[in-house]
Ligand binder design. Structure first.
Ligand SMILES: Cc1ncc(COP(=O)(O)O)c(C=O)c1O
Length: 391
């Protein structure tokens, strides 16, 4: 490997949320953070160099955002995933969740319903509520840790007030990467009920098994009715710089989205984010490919660990994302106190299951995107804690 992802990057003096929470808000020493969705790896050399170079000219005034930025984004997504995106119908936004929020306002009226399969990234619900829409939560069907959409349940819950389907693919937190057949079923369902599709594809670069397919390309209905939200921030560890992309193929929709985005200020991108994105998509592809290999190896390591040393935690190897979704309901620990027990007894900080929906008490999400030694430490701490609770 050309890049050393085992290298530890000390983020503790930066107020990085992942570390700040464990080091500054808890009165417990040495808690290993394996929670919030960013990575503990240093960004690629080209990104560091681009930021330093821009910083060296100490004037940071208003800056033109020429076509190069959407061009490099389009090149990346077209080359790797065949989006067939036209750079002139792409735009930048300060974050995927701001785009999701803008799309919610564009596609629906106050009081309308939005269908969200669960377990789900909680801000989908949050943005639905903050825009005064109503979330219709549809628990996915689960078998042996493998999650699929429950179309029967969705059919039962849908009504005329339902206007939007939020798709998260690859899926946070289950790690599912929907197959083309599943996406065709989703497309047919959305067309039948005339739902607009907000596709959060922020984790598209993290696919280990199978193939990522953008829903926007499934058929003419999805081409006309999808807003796809993509980003370099998960893939290249740039979440603090606040940048993302939007791909739309329906020209009217594009104009309407752009107007809303400009109006609420999310189209106004920080100059350092622009530099970082350009360096990421133009000069960091080999870094990304090796990162993917490294995280895949972390995934396989964790999978083996759970199967051989912690079989009471039910897991399924994620097909994509850098998360492991843990069903810890049979660990002999009170579900309500599980997350706190992991922190206080295990000294490991995970993302609590109920963040992903009320049905997921007793679940935790573990982040694989750190140097192997940190992951190993976290898993060993978890093992010690869980074993102490076995009768
Ligand atoms: C599925 C998903 N969407 C969106 C986000 C946040 O994206 P942004 O910071 O661009 O709003 C995350 C971050 O964890 C995520 O997992």
């Amino acid at each position: 490997m050309k890049y050393n992802f085992d290298q530890v990057t000390d983020r503790s003096h930066t107020d990085a949320t992942k570390w700040y929470v464990v080091q500054e808000t808890l009165d417990i020493p040495d808690v290993t953070p394996l929670w919030i969705a960013d990575m503990d790896f240093a960004v690629s050399d080209p990104i560091q160099a681009a930021l330093k170079k821009r910083m060296e000219c100490p004037a940071y005034g208003y800056t033109e955002r020429g076509p190069i930025y959407t061009q490099v984004m389009a090149d990346w997504f077209n080359r790797r995933y065949q989006y067939g995106a036209d750079p002139e119908m792409m735009m930048m936004s300060t974050g995927v969740m701001y785009s999701v929020s803008a799309a919610i306002r564009l596609f629906s009226q106050e009081g309308d319903k939005i269908l969200i399969p669960t377990p789900a990234y909680e801000p989908f619900v949050d943005k639905t509520l903050s825009n005064r829409r109503v979330p219709t939560l549809c628990p996915m069907h689960e078998e042996d840790g493998y999650y699929t959409l429950d179309f029967e349940d969705m059919e039962k819950k849908i009504d005329e007030q339902t206007k939007i389907f939020i798709l998260c693919n690859p899926q946070n937190p289950t790690g599912r990467v929907y197959t083309k057949t599943e996406l065709e079923q989703i497309a047919a369902f959305c067309e039948k009920h005339q739902l607009k599709i907000i596709a959060d594809e922020i984790h598209a670069d993290f696919v280990f098994d199978g193939q990522f397919t953008p829903i926007i390309n499934i058929n003419d209905y999805t081409r006309q009715n999808t807003i796809a939200c993509v980003s370099c921030t998960k893939s290249f560890n740039l979440a603090g710089l606040k940048i993302s992309g939007v791909i739309i193929k329906n020209p009217e929709l594009f104009q309407a989205f752009k107007a809303e985005a400009v109006n609420v200020g999310i189209a106004s991108i920080n100059i350092f984010a622009l530099e970082a994105m350009k360096a990421a998509y133009q000069f960091s592809e080999d870094w990304m490919d090796q990162l993917l290999e490294y995280i895949k190896a972390n995934r396989d390591y964790a999978d083996e660990f759970f199967r051989t040393r912690l079989p009471m935690i039910k897991t399924r190897k994620p097909e994509g994302t850098y998360f492991f979704w843990l069903d810890m309901r049979d660990c002999g620990i009170e579900w309500e106190k599980l997350n706190q027990t992991c922190i206080e007894e295990g000294h490991v900080y995970l993302s609590e299951g109920k963040f992903f929906g009320e049905d997921y008490l007793g679940f935790e999400r573990l982040n694989l995107a750190s140097p192997r030694a940190q992951l190993q430490t976290g898993l060993e701490k978890l093992e010690k804690m869980v074993l102490a609770h076995q009768k």
